[in-house]
Design a binder for this molecule. Structure first.
Ligand code: SF4
Length: 444
């Protein structure tokens, strides 16, 4: 890592999967506004993406930053599925039977649902929405609890892509993060999925984990590549135990320092690129013939709550506790509390906890930040040029001297060796951001 870049890598910055980011949502956007945005979709013919959140896992990994909790009994999950089906009916009662292009199941662990649960939710979706033009149907899975019955249900549902949490294949790292997952378990899951016709396989890997060396990170990447995924995501572990109490189980003294994190990130990237994959945005990789890679080449890459996507739907309907919906008008987030979410839905009321209505200025900045993180360059000329963003230009003066960004006329671009720090450049355009170590992750 360039020595001048090290202080920037220490900065705690948003991932910008939305703009403004979720900490800026407020209760000013409640069920009424959310309902009005949904009602605007009725009869519009607007294509929809649907996100289903399943906030349960069999057990909790110590590093996890997701909104999930352990469910060792069947009842809470079965109740959750019933309410989720009611929420699908409630929402479609407002939107009408809109056409869905994309479905994404996230969590938590969607495969904590039984095959009957999966069938039941799919039946509700089919009854209430038009699924005939779904082009991508993805599900996040925990390979440790994947069964043949799940995979059969995925095939019936038309799942096209499974995203597997791998993180690290080394036994001592797995012990240090509370997730024991032998490589054979992952290989078995991949074989089951492919045999059932779920041919899109994505892996999540992590660096910056406790007791993880640069060689460990590289070895994990090699082992992951040997299984032939068509996409990989590589994330730096964000240690925020004051925000996620489960992370207190991780010994902070065993975490790699910022330089080692940089070396791990570089080693993983190099390993993946040597295998012929294309780098997508900050932290994704795909085979060159993959749709995500094509979108990246054609300027069609987008960023949403699932990270980098080739999804150009302007509307994402989030279902389930804590799920965030994204409308042309703004964001609406469901209550993260399963009890509150459930009571609202059962009362026939949208379970909206908070949200954000975009201003015209937000829309412009949202677009700039998305292009910076997707394309690593943006032309400000159509937006009034540099002069329209004096505070951002001032904030970028020092990063420009340190080689993080180049400003030529109204065109801003990020050099190859500074791409991992693109969030630093993006944050210069964020008129809401105030540095907050409690909320955000390190830039590398
Ligand atoms: S399985 Fe995934 S969502 Fe569940 S605790 Fe582990 S990392 Fe978090």
């Amino acid at each position: 890592m360039d020595e001048r870049h090290a202080p920037y890598a220490e900065m705690n910055l948003p991932r910008y999967t939305s703009y403004p980011t979720a900490p800026h949502f407020s209760p000013d956007v409640g069920a009424e506004t959310h309902g009005a945005w949904l009602a605007d979709l009725a009869g519009s013919g607007a294509p929809l993406s649907v996100y289903l959140h399943i906030p349960f896992c069999k057990e909790i990994c110590w590093y996890c930053g997701c909104n999930t909790k352990a469910a060792r009994r069947r009842e809470p999950v079965a109740d959750y599925v019933d309410v989720l089906r009611e929420e699908i009916a409630l929402v479609s009662g407002m939107t009408g039977k809109g056409g869905v292009r994309r479905i994404h199941w996230g969590g938590g662990t969607p495969n904590i649902l039984s095959e009957a649960d999966l069938d039941a939710v799919m039946s509700s979706l089919r009854d209430r929405f038009d699924l005939t033009a779904v082009s991508e149907h993805a599900i996040e899975i925990d390979p440790r609890t994947l069964t043949q019955a799940h995979v059969n249900a995925f095939a019936r549902a038309g799942v096209t892509r499974a995203s597997l949490g791998v993180q690290d294949f080394n036994a001592h790292v797995q012990a240090a993060i509370g997730r024991i997952q032998p490589a054979e378990t992952v290989a078995r899951a991949v074989t089951m999925l492919r045999d059932a016709g779920v041919t899109g396989i994505s892996f999540d890997l992590m660096y910056g984990l406790p007791s993880q060396s640069v060689d460990d990170a590289r070895r994990s990447a090699r082992m992951a590549l040997a299984l032939g995924p068509d996409r990989l995501s590589v994330f730096g572990y964000a240690h925020v135990p004051w925000f996620k109490s489960r992370q207190r189980l991780i010994d902070a003294d065993t975490l790699p320092d910022i330089r080692m994190r940089g070396a791990q990130a570089a080693a993983v990237t190099e390993t993946i690129l040597e295998a012929g994959y294309m780098e997508i945005g900050l932290d994704h990789y795909a085979r060159p013939d993959d749709l995500l890679a094509r979108a990246a080449r054609d300027g069609g890459l987008h960023r949403n709550f699932q990270g980098y996507v080739d999804d150009d739907c302007a509307t994402l309907i989030g279902l389930g506790a804590s799920a965030i919906s994204n409308f042309p008008q703004g964001y609406a987030q469901n209550s993260p509390d399963v009890g509150q979410w459930s009571r609202a839905v059962r009362a026939g009321v949208l379970p909206t906890a908070r949200g954000y209505a975009l201003t015209p200025d937000d829309r412009i900045r949202k677009g700039i930040i998305e292009r910076i993180l997707c394309d690593f360059e943006v032309d400000l000329a159509p937006l009034g040029g540099n002069a329209a963003f004096p505070e951002a230009v001032a904030r970028l003066a020092q990063p420009a001297r340190d080689g993080l960004v180049t400003l030529q006329g109204d065109r801003l671009s990020i050099p190859q060796d500074a791409r991992r720090l693109a969030r630093v450049v993006a944050s210069a355009f964020d008129s809401h951001h105030q540095a907050s170590p409690a909320r955000h992750s390190r830039a590398v």
